[in-house]
Ligand binder design. Structure first.
Ligand SMILES: Nc1ncnc2c1ncn2[C@@H]1O[C@H](COP(=O)(O)OP(=O)(O)OP(=O)(O)O)[C@@H](O)[C@H]1O
Length: 251
């Protein structure tokens, strides 16, 4: 599905991605963790085509994608939830989804058959149901509470019909209860849509409760990868990131 081999990226003297090799299993739900500046966002930028690696390869569905423009990578089936809701604050939830659906299909279907307005409305409705925003159809994006703006961002990424979804801190800025509701919704979406999903997350309770595989970045390199149980007991990860006493805290 997605395989990085010996990927490197530096900014001036900073090696943000240091010889990274990762093989993401199709259909998996995995987390990327690590201290601030470890290279998590850079990794997403490389996968999504915002950055070009200095060297190494990134293969998605047997195709080399490193260096392709971001728009082409979206068409290959990789989407990332950005803070899109804030880009169109005066669009209603429904209009945001319809615009995203039309944008997705304009490029693909123009020649064969235009995507009708009724079809885009149906698809928009389906997306609203997927992320649980049906009751907010008429609400303007700017009036949604923070958590629902995040759901809108995720829904807009899903409008691109990805096979691989990248979520950068889906629970950031939320209270403890809202965090768990959010990650449970994400988990459900992953299961229902049979996506491959990679999320960056700083909240270890969430990571250890939901990820099947956890990968730990440290100074741009892969310090460890494994199941939550393996990572929890990995001495190098405890020393570099989790800290002593962590095992008892999340157990
Ligand atoms: N565009 C850039 N120009 C210069 N340096 C950059 C750039 N992007 C990232 N870096 C540097 O690369 C390193 C990795 O940054 P990155 O944002 O990927 O880390 P991160 O793990 O996502 O951190 P955080 O948890 O704080 O979001 C850092 O030292 C950062 O300062």
């Amino acid at each position: 599905m997605l395989k990085l081999t010996n990927v490197k990226k530096s900014f001036g003297g900073v090696l943000a991605t240091n010889d990274l090799s990762i093989d993401f299993t199709p259909g998996s739900l995995s987390a990327i963790i690590g201290p601030n500046g470890a290279g998590k966002t850079t990794l997403f930028n490389l996968i999504a085509g915002r950055l070009r690696p200095d060297s190494g390869s990134i293969v998605f569905n047997n195709e080399e994608i490193s260096g392709l423009p971001a728009t082409e990578i979206v068409h290959k089936g990789i989407a990332r939830a950005f803070q899109v809701a804030s880009l169109f604050p005066s669009f209603s939830v429904q209009d945001s989804f319809e615009a995203a659906v039309l944008a997705r299909h304009r490029k693909m279907n123009d020649i064969v058959r235009p995507f009708s307005q009724a079809e885009s409305r149906d698809r928009a409705h389906h997306l609203m149901q997927m992320v649980g925003l049906e009751s907010r159809a008429r609400t303007l994006a700017k009036h949604l509470p923070h958590g629902e703006q995040k759901l809108l961002d995720i829904g807009l990424a899903l409008a691109l019909e990805p096979r691989l979804l990248l979520l950068d801190e889906p629970t950031a800025g939320m209270g403890p209860e809202e965090r768990f509701q959010m990650i449970e919704r994400v988990h459900e979406l992953w299961e229902r849509e049979q996506l491959t999903l990679i999320f960056i997350e700083h909240d270890m309770d969430i990571v250890f409760a939901h990820a099947q595989v956890i990968r730990v970045l440290y100074y741009g390199a892969l310090l460890a990868e494994g199941t939550p149980a393996e990572i929890r007991n990995n001495q190098a990860v405890i020393d570099a990131y989790l800290g002593a006493g962590f095992e008892e805290e999340v157990a």
